[in-house]
Write a protein that binds this ligand. Sequence first.
Ligand code: TYM
Length: 376
Amino acid sequence: MAEKNKNEMVVTPWEVRGKVDYERLIRDFGTQPLTEELLQRIRKHTGELHLQLRRGLFFSHRDLDVVLDLYEKGTKFVLYTGRGPSGPVHIGHLIPWIFTKHLQDKFKTRLYFQMTDDEKFLVKDELKLDEAKNFGYENALDLIALGLKPENTFIIFDVNDIDLLYDIALEVAKRITYSTARATFGFQESTNIGWIFWPAIQAVPCFIHAKLTGENVPALIPAAIDQDPYWRVTRDVAQKLGYYKPAQIHCRFLPGLGVGGKMSASELETSIFVIDPPDVVKRKIWNAFTGGKATVEEQRKLGGDPEVCTVFQYFTFLFEKDDKKLAERRMKCKKGEILCGECKTELTEGVNKFLIEHRKKREKAKNIIEKFHIKR
Ligand code: TYM
C-alpha cells in the first residue's frame, strides 16, 4: 500500500513485486522452513510425496508439526483455503488448490474454501459488488473442476453467507487493535474502513468447523506465502477464543512470464488465465523471458540457464510430472542441447492440453456447484 522503492521485495496479500527472497520471508514473517524430517512425516501418511513437496515448491509452515502430532494421536484437522474473486483465475492460483486437493484425498478431510467477494469489492476501486460476486461463481467452477469432493468441500461465498460468519468475525475483530492491524497490513489514513475491519472475516473459516459441527479441530491452510499476514493476527486471537491456532503450509509463487515477480492477475500479458484460448497462450509463452542466450550459436556453445527461465519454472510447478524428464531438460538446457524455441513449443502444447481439459471439467462443474454450498 505504501510507496516503496521499485526494486525492493514487497510481499503483502495485495501486492507481490521485486525478486522474492524466500529465505528472508521465513525470517521476516517468523515462519518455519519445511524440513526433510517433516516431509518424511508427511510421507508416512500420504505415500509418495506430492510433486509440489518433492520439488520444494511448498517451503515453509507454521505448526504443521503440531497438526501432525494431533493427527497421529487421533485428532483430525480441516483444510482451509480461498480466493479473492477480482477476475478470472490464472494458473498460479491453481497451484495451492491442486495441493489442497491432494491433502483432501490423502487425509480424507473437510475443506472450507472462502470466496472473498467482499474483500475484493472493498480493495479494488473499480470493482462493483455484483461483478465480484459473479467472479466468485466463475472462480468456484475452476476450483470444482480440479475434482474436489462435494461431500467434503464447503465453499463460503462471503456476501451470501455472511450470516454464518458474522458472529465469529465480531469476536475476532474485538480482539485486534487498530494499531496491530495497521502494523500488519500497512493501512493508511486513506484506507476505507471496510477494508480495515475485513481481516476479521478472513479469520473466520479457521474456526467455523466448531460452529457447524461442534467439533473443535485445527485448520491447516495451504496457500502462497502472501496470505501469511492474515494468519499472524488470527493466530494471536485463536486461543483467547478457545480454538486451536490455525496452521499453515506456504508455497512459492508461480512466476509471471516476464522478468521477476509472481504471476499476477493485473499483469495480463505475463499471466496465463484459465480462459485464455490456445493462440493467446502461444503468444504469451513465445514472449516469455527465458534463460537462453542471444543467438543460437552462443546457446549451443555456452548453454542456457534454467534457474532463471520462466518456461522451465512452468515445467517444474505443473507441466512436467516426471522428475527424471525434468532433470533431463535442465541438463540439456545447460549443455546447449535444447533451444528455447523447443521448450516454448512443448510448454505451449502442455498448457493448452491442460486448459482444454480444465475448461471441459469447468463446464460440468455448473451442474454440481449447488452441492458445494453450505446448507442451513
Ligand atoms: P488470491 O485470490 O489473491 O489468491 C488465491 C490463492 O492463490 C495464491 N496465489 C498464488 N500461488 C502461487 N503462485 C502465484 N503466482 C499465486 N498468486 C496467488 C494465493 O496465495 C492464494 O492462496 N484474500 C485471499 C482469499 C482468501 C484465502 C483464504 C487465500 C480467503 N481466505 C485462505 C488463501 C487461504 C485472496 O485474495 O487470494
